[in-house]
Design a protein around this ligand. Structure first.
Ligand SMILES: Nc1ncnc2c1ncn2[C@@H]1O[C@H](COP(=O)(O)OP(=O)(O)OP(=O)(O)O)[C@@H](O)[C@H]1O
Length: 239
């Protein structure tokens, strides 16, 4: 079963004269084990696609299924549970809760699912070790650097049984080496059976993906294997 399936998805923001078609007629699936990069110019619909995949936003037309469940069929509370159990989201602004420590932020999704606090914190600490910010576990988000916050956000997205990993510019605030480590972590999670979608402007980051989806003006204009040459695919793209 596909981890994500979008069928005929159109998203129009706003109404009347101010309406903007952010996505139009998108058909797209991501299978277990796949990491897909989404690229395209500013305003081409990349974030909208990610938000629809994660159930944060809803299509104007068409359907979005996560592991076979049509998100539109769910009540608000059920959608929240599906999001927590199935979808790991790395937001561009990290979205860490300021009043919780780094460890508490990462542990929260598990605690919300009823896991014992001690077990949840232990798992969260493992996740922080994996992304190399365990020394910041007891600090609050405002006390850590942007790169550390981003890595904590990635730990939170990967924790638990989530099988759909959605990342908006996951390496944006990171130096090259750390960025590559994080991509390796996401890729290895996908190799273990999850599915990942990452929005990126960075061709090197996209090189970690199994394929690249190119968006322009809300439609898929190309979908390609990134190798052997990402650069050749980018030639006529103004990014
Ligand atoms: N809430 C909204 N209300 C109105 N228009 C919106 C809204 N969100 C996005 N849009 C518009 O939809 C289009 C697609 O936006 P989106 O943010 O998905 O693009 P993007 O490719 O992620 O851009 P960027 O690379 O700059 O983040 C743009 O024209 C944008 O202005």
């Amino acid at each position: 079963m596909s981890v994500l399936r979008m069928r005929g998805v159109t998203r129009i923001h706003g109404e009347g004269d101010g309406a903007v078609t952010a996505l139009s007629g998108i058909d797209f699936t991501v299978e277990p084990g796949e990491l897909v990069a989404v690229m395209g110019p500013s305003g081409s619909g990349k974030s909208t696609l990610l938000n629809l995949a994660g159930g944060i936003d809803h299509p104007t037309e068409g359907s979005v299924e996560v592991e076979g469940t049509d998100l539109a069929s769910l009540t608000k509370s059920r959608l929240a549970v599906v999001r927590r159990n199935h979808v790991g989201f790395v937001f561009q602004d990290y979205n860490l809760i300021p009043s919780l420590t780094v460890l508490e932020n990462v542990s929260l999704p598990l605690e919300l699912d009823g896991k014992r606090v001690s077990a949840a914190r232990e798992e969260a600490m493992h996740a922080l070790v994996e992304v190399g910010v365990h020394h910041q576990a007891d600090k609050f988000p405002e006390e850590v650097s942007g790169g550390q916050a981003q890595r904590a956000a990635i730990a939170r997205a990967l924790i638990g049984p989530r099988r759909l990993i959605l990342a908006d510019e996951p390496t944006g605030a990171l130096d090259t080496t750390t960025g590559m480590d994080i991509l390796e972590t996401i890729q290895s999670r996908c190799k273990d059976g999850a599915a990942g979608i990452m929005v990126t402007h960075d061709a090197r980051a996209a090189g970690w993906a199994d394929r690249i989806l190119f968006l322009r003006d809300g439609t898929i204009v190309d979908s390609s294997d990134p190798l052997p040459s990402v650069d050749s695919l980018l030639e006529d793209f103004t990014l």
